[in-house]
Write a new protein. Structure first.
Length: 385
């Protein structure tokens, strides 16, 4: 039963992720249909991320008295409804509004799904359960933009968003049937939030999440044009390289799920950061070389996806009674980092070559290594609410 619950939660996370990233592959069609620029359409991803980043820490305390399974299910239903609203949006403004409310729905689904995965796991396997659930997030990042591009070309952007909405309703039904109603929703009040703010280790770890996501997305946001320019490859070959990245990420996530409880989440985070930094250092040296580029992508994928569940498992280990709060804040940090990385990458792309993306990202990743180390040095005893 535990495995069934994990798969259901992973699928829910996958659907929410697809709803975020598939739009990236539909920007040209949306811009053309609604009479806006590609840059304006691109803000649809930013508004979603902003709503999730803001909504996660705000909505978690407000939903503290509701049953966790009902929260996840309701969040997925709202998310699906917003996908249908987006699919029939007559104007750019109404589409933006639908994306904002979809982000708020995701802000309910993601933190509670993370905590539910840990709670449903047998004793001593919480880290592995969280890492397994994060496979849905990994898959959504890897295939979201390519899938959106492919489906948009065949079905159109409206039908594609409608399909995501249908998947959200399916996921809500599955979770309603698979997840136990007895999973507690440990209350998070403002006193607990003040305790969190006073815990230096948690704050350093949350900063680590922001910095490492910003570092990765400095390059990832512009990975397709960077591959095109440095290797002179076509769209099909770029798709294959994204597939290689995804396979590497799945392998890294699988390995992390098997060792995280034995090795400790802190060690796994350190190894992941080292791998990503190594990949970003190799990247500028790989210009014009398919083999070196594939090596860099392999190393990046191994660490780049496994770090997300490892970070969350580390936060839970430090303060298990604040798991709901830290899951919400870590989700916020993830999407805030993605936004910051996209902005930085845009500036570097405009002013410099694509190699600057890797160097800029590497600086942020080195800073993330420093904050991760500081978290270990300042780790406080576990907090009780």
């Amino acid at each position: 039963m535990h495995r069934t619950q994990l798969v259901a939660l992973a699928f829910g996370y996958f659907v929410v992720g697809i709803g975020a990233f598939a739009v990236g592959g539909l920007l040209n069609e949306i811009a053309r249909d609604l009479g806006t620029s590609a840059a304006g359409a691109g803000q649809l991803m930013s508004t979603y991320s902003a709503a999730l980043a803001i909504g996660a820490p705000l909505l978690t305390p407000l939903t503290k008295r509701l049953e966790r399974r009902a929260l996840i299910t309701a969040g997925l239903v709202l998310f699906g409804a917003m996908q249908f609203a987006a699919a029939i949006a007559p104007t750019y403004g109404t589409l933006v509004a639908a994306r904002v409310f979809a982000g708020f729905a995701a802000a309910i689904v993601i933190p509670h799904s993370i905590v539910a995965a840990g709670l449903a796991a047998p004793s001593g396997q919480g880290g592995r359960a969280i890492a397994t659930m994060f496979l849905g997030f990994t898959l959504s990042i890897v295939i979201g933009i390519p899938a959106g591009n492919a489906l948009g070309a065949v079905l159109g952007w409206r039908a594609t968003l409608g399909l995501v909405g249908a998947m959200a309703f399916m996921s809500a039904i599955w979770i309603g049937l698979a997840i136990s109603a007895k999973l507690p929703n440990m209350p998070v009040d403002w006193n607990a939030s003040r305790s969190l703010v006073r815990n230096a280790a948690l704050l350093w770890l949350l900063l680590t999440t922001i910095l490492q996501c910003a570092g990765q997305f400095t390059l990832y946001t512009y990975l397709a044009p960077a591959l095109r320019d440095r290797l002179e490859v076509n769209a099909r070959e770029i798709g294959l390289l994204f597939g290689w990245f995804g396979l590497s990420g799945l392998i890294g996530n699988f390995i992390a799920s098997r060792i995280i409880d034995r090795a400790g989440a802190a060690r796994v985070v350190a190894v992941c950061l080292a791998l990503i930094i190594a990949a970003f250092v190799i990247w500028p040296l790989a210009e014009g070389s398919m083999k070196l580029t594939m090596l860099a992508i392999l190393i990046w994928g191994l660490g780049g996806f496994a770090i997300h569940p490892s970070q969350q498992a580390r936060l839970v280990a430090i303060a298990p009674n604040l798991a709901s709060a830290t899951a919400a804040l870590n989700s916020s940090g993830t999407y805030l980092g993605q936004m910051l990385g996209s902005v930085l990458g845009g500036g570097l792309t405009s002013g410099f070559s694509t190699n600057a993306l890797a160097w800029g990202g590497a600086v942020l990743l080195l800073a993330a290594s420093g904050t991760a180390f500081a978290a270990g040095r300042s780790q406080a005893p576990r907090i009780s609410c």
